[in-house]
Design a binder for this molecule. Structure first.
Ligand SMILES: Cc1cc2nc3c(=O)[nH]c(=O)nc-3n(C[C@H](O)[C@H](O)[C@H](O)COP(=O)(O)OP(=O)(O)OC[C@H]3O[C@@H](n4cnc5c(N)ncnc54)[C@H](O)[C@@H]3O)c2cc1C
Length: 399
């Protein structure tokens, strides 16, 4: 690695896990991300013969989730989490997000603490693929902004409603094409509305197996960046689930939106440090090879100074992202810090990728070189898991 890891707290075991993950990112994730990015039809990303399934399988074989289990020191677990996220993000951010949301239903089953749900949705070796289904066709930013005045406005019309019918919930409606893993997930962590008279505040979180009668999907979404990340609509036409699959009810819904956003935003911070680092490393290597005016462009002062600024930006983002993840592992997350990490690190990834593209000159625009993909991937992250602008408003309420 070209940037030394100056984190003095790491143990030998943690460094080993980082290095094994780096190898996986370099040999499996990055080449797969490039291959998937180039596919013209997003349906091919998830075709039966897609390299994506090889990535999922090799990721399972790495067994990184065992460091999340009971009995693991939370500080150690957090350090491993930020090292792993940074490396996989360095490999490919879209794949990193796909692997991350795949574990959402398992996380909620464990949070619910009921053995039968853990058995069904989080059994060891489970091959379920999860998703986090929040965004609706009519509701993007507003469905995440839990501390804004509209959140309990009954005039807001949700697109996905769950109604209690005896010992079952009946789900009707749809989620937007932006749901990550939307067309490949086998289980949804569905954020839906139970009591529309309370607006979004009357929401709940259900674990919904996606092979139930009444579930259908849209086409995989075609988009600018993170093209390796499958996304697509999910439709619910009178889908029935046992009432105990509703793992969060209206009384806790706003608090859960806050908790999940705080957790996911901290993950995004560490992932996009990886993207920023990848862009910086490519630019540094290129600047040493490309000769102009009789010298490698690294020798030209403006290029050298630009690279040092990029290096400082990556390190500043890395420090913030790691500190927030450590904090979140030992205390209830404070959302303003998670949001600061997500917005700062994604903006840094975009800025560093943009500077890297400038250093590559015309080649930076060419699809034969790695930079334009990183720029597109970073651009998508400034909207993903909440637009950075609206996240700033949510975080500001806590200041
Ligand atoms: C790569 C990627 C992955 C994603 N993954 C998932 C996923 O797994 N699950 C899921 O459910 N969703 C997912 N999303 C959706 C994402 O969370 C939404 O796109 C995001 O919340 C913004 O919603 P929107 O696109 O509807 O934009 P809108 O909410 O329509 O916003 C449009 C513009 O208006 C601004 N705006 C909106 N409201 C306000 C306000 N009150 N004050 C000031 N400005 C405002 C926004 O900042 C933005 O610039 C993903 C998106 C991307 C890009």
């Amino acid at each position: 690695m070209t940037i030394t890891d100056i984190d003095v707290g790491l143990t030998d075991e943690e460094r080993d896990i980082r290095d094994v993950t780096h190898k996986f990112a370099e040999e499996v994730v990055r080449p797969a991300g490039i291959e998937l990015d180039r596919l013209a039809d997003p349906a091919d990303v998830v075709a039966a013969d897609s390299v994506l399934w090889n990535v999922f399988e090799k990721h399972r074989q790495l067994g990184l989730s065992e460091f999340e289990g009971d009995g693991v020191d939370p500080i150690v677990a957090a350090r491993i989490r930020y090292l792993v996220n940074e490396e996989i993000g360095w490999g490919d951010s879209g794949i990193s997000v796909s692997l991350g949301v795949a574990g959402f239903p398992g996380m909620f089953a464990k949070l619910a603490g009921r053995p039968e749900l853990v058995e069904r949705f989080a059994a060891p070796g489970s091959k379920e693929i999860g998703c986090w289904a929040v965004t609706e066709p009519d509701h993007g930013s507003d469905s995440l902004a839990f501390d804004q005045p509209h959140f309990d406005d009954p005039k807001i019309r949700p697109n996905c409603i769950a109604t209690l019918d005896g010992d079952q919930y009946v789900i009707r409606g749809q989620k937007a094409a932006w749901v990550s893993n939307g067309t490949i997930a086998t289980v949804a962590t569905l954020f839906c509305t139970i009591d529309p008279s309370q607006g979004f505040k009357g929401g709940g979180v259900a674990l919904v197996p996606l092979d139930l009668p009444g579930v259908s999907r849209g086409k995989p979404l075609d988009k600018l960046g993170q093209r390796a990340l499958n996304q697509g609509e999910i439709f619910f036409d009178d889908v029935r689930i046992p009432a105990d699959y509703m793992v969060v009810g209206t009384e806790a819904y706003s608090a859960i939106v806050e908790m999940v956003l705080a957790t996911a935003n901290a993950y995004m911070g560490t992932t996009f440090v990886g993207v920023a680092r990848a862009a910086f490393e490519h630019a540094l290597a290129y600047s040493r090879e490309r000769v102009q005016g009789g010298a490698p462009i690294f020798q030209h002062q403006n290029v050298k100074a630009k690279l040092f600024r990029m290096f400082s930006q990556v390190e500043a983002a890395r420090s913030l992202a790691r500190r927030v993840m450590l904090f979140n592992s030992t205390q209830p997350p404070q959302i303003e810090y998670s949001i600061a990490s997500k917005t700062f690190c994604t903006q840094t990834a975009f800025d560093v990728a943009s500077q890297a593209l400038q250093i590559f000159g015309g080649n930076g625009l060419s699809r034969e070189y790695p930079i334009e993909k990183l720029l597109r991937d970073a651009r998508a992250s400034m909207i993903e898991d909440g637009c950075n602008d609206i996240l700033g408003l949510v975080g500001a309420e806590k200041l």
